[in-house]
Design a binder for this molecule. Structure first.
Ligand code: ATP
Ligand code: GAR
Ligand code: MG
Length: 410
């Protein structure tokens, strides 16, 4: 369905002028900042929205609004005030029922309001993938009460992974290996997600050999796949990523078939990060598990800012605007490594930047987040190499050279 937004004009206007093409970013973190930059390069007006002031994308956008994005009426007010051509969700904590309503009134949500609703709730996307589309996933149960949760653990068995149904970057997530860990995982899920007291998913632990993100673009000129991005996660949050992650031709085809199936079911135009676990079985074909999908750029895909001819952010912007994507090319093996805050504070400062940039091919992105907390992602180092190993070593060396000084206590 190709919805025409109430103010979608056939002409490409000028930012800040009446016919400007406008995108409204719902979420203004590091990924949104790169989306904003790519959109602005194409002469698009960008309005950044988040729940806190001075978020990364707000610092460069044409305008910004601070609103509770889980409150539908607050979202509606901003949409009616700004009249965007495209509403672009960037985080998991948005009132997605309001997005459905706005879409039904003709506002365009990227990629679709339904894709946003299904992926913001682990139950929606898991049931779609496993039960409707028949994709292989870990075993799972959902639970809303402590008693249901204990039954879910008994059904899934140890080890298992417990997550709030609405959360990201590993917030509220625990691996439970024995009965003594059950209660703490429940308590953490209740307070660690984007909203408090949420239901949880209990997933069987998949002992995978590697995990990848298959960045998949649905655009006017068809569905395109980027070379697989491999990554390492600690406590459910990404620490480093690299591209390409070498897979056999048949495994790559299996991954692409899964990505095609799930993104076609979600629909719309944009870039999706399809997260897959790959488990080897000696000489046989590996098993590929579908884990989850982001209907927008993925944190592990930041590596594409150096490794591809078009970054995942440029691809998302082109696709949403109905522009052709053409040929996606890997320029050289690349890698990213995160820069984390060591603790909480206001007005953080950084040292070691020039040392980091002495690492051959390295680049830094410091996100400019106004406050930090323990392990908050404040920046990322990027690097290229003759091999993936060389790129990873360089990115990690550059990231390790940067120190975050958290600043005064909050
Ligand atoms: N069932 C599982 N078995 C083994 N490892 C898992 C399982 N579920 C999650 N993990 C590990 O935890 C990581 C984070 O999980 P998941 O992607 O579901 O969380 P998230 O909070 O949505 O993260 P993000 O928003 O960064 O994608 C995975 O990338 C994987 O490394
Ligand atoms: N895995 C999802 C992800 O990486 N999302 C990115 O992190 C930001 C939130 O960071 P914060 O928690 O530091 O505000 C989001 O706004 C988005 O850019
Ligand atoms: Mg994930």
């Amino acid at each position: 369905m190709d919805l025409i937004s109430p103010r979608c004009s056939p002409l490409w206007g000028t930012p800040l002028q009446p016919q400007a093409k406008r995108i409204l970013l719902l979420g203004s973190g590091e990924l949104g900042r790169e989306v904003a930059l790519e959109a602005m390069r194409l002469g698009v007006e960008v309005i950044a929205v988040d729940a806190y002031a001075e978020a990364p994308a707000m610092q460069i956008a044409h305008r910004a609004h601070v609103i509770p994005m889980l409150e539908g009426q607050a979202l509606r007010r901003v949409v009616l005030e700004e009249k965007p051509d495209y509403i672009v969700p960037e985080v998991e904590a948005i009132d997605t029922n309001m997005l459905l309503q706005l879409e039904s009134e003709g506002w365009r949500v990227v990629p679709t309001a339904q894709a946003t609703r299904l992926t913001m709730n682990r139950e929606g996307i898991r049931r779609l993938a496993a039960e409707d589309l028949g994709l292989k996933t870990s075993p799972y149960r959902f639970a809303s009460t402590l008693a249901d949760y204990q039954r879910a653990i008994a059904a899934v068995g140890f080890p298992c992974v417990v997550k709030p149904i609405m959360s990201s970057s590993g917030k509220g997530q625990s691996t439970v290996r024995c009965p003594a860990e059950i209660q703490a995982a429940w308590d953490y899920a209740q307070c660690g997600g984007r909203a408090q007291n949420q239901p949880v998913i209990v997933e069987g632990f998949v002992a995978f050999d590697c995990e990848i993100t298959l960045l998949t673009v649905r655009a006017v000129d068809g569905t395109h796949f980027c070379p697989p991005v491999g990554h390492v996660q600690v406590a459910g949050d990404y620490r480093e990523s690299w591209q390409p992650c070498n897979l056999s031709e048949s495994t790559r085809q299996t991954c692409e078939a899964i990505a095609e199936t799930i993104t076609a079911a979600l629909g719309g135009w944009g870039l999706f990060g399809v997260e897959l676990f790959i488990q080897n079985h000696g000489p046989g074909e590996p098993t590929v598990y579908f884990s989850e999908v982001s209907p927008r750029p993925h944190d592990t895909g930041m590596v594409t800012m150096v490794s591809q001819n078009m970054s995942e952010f440029e691809l998302h912007v082109r696709a949403m605007l109905g522009l052709p994507v053409g040929q996606i090319e890997l320029l050289q093996p690349g890698a990213s490594a995160v820069i984390l805050a060591p603790g909480p504070g206001m007005s953080p400062c950084y040292s070691g930047i020039s040392q980091a940039l002495q690492v051959p091919t390295s680049k830094l992105r410091l996100f400019g987040k106004p406050t930090c907390r323990n392990n908050r992602r404040m920046g990322v180092a990027l690097a290229l190499g003759q091999s993936v190993q060389e790129a990873r070593d360089r990115a990690k060396m550059a990231a390790a050279a940067v120190t975050v000084h958290p600043g005064s206590a909050q």
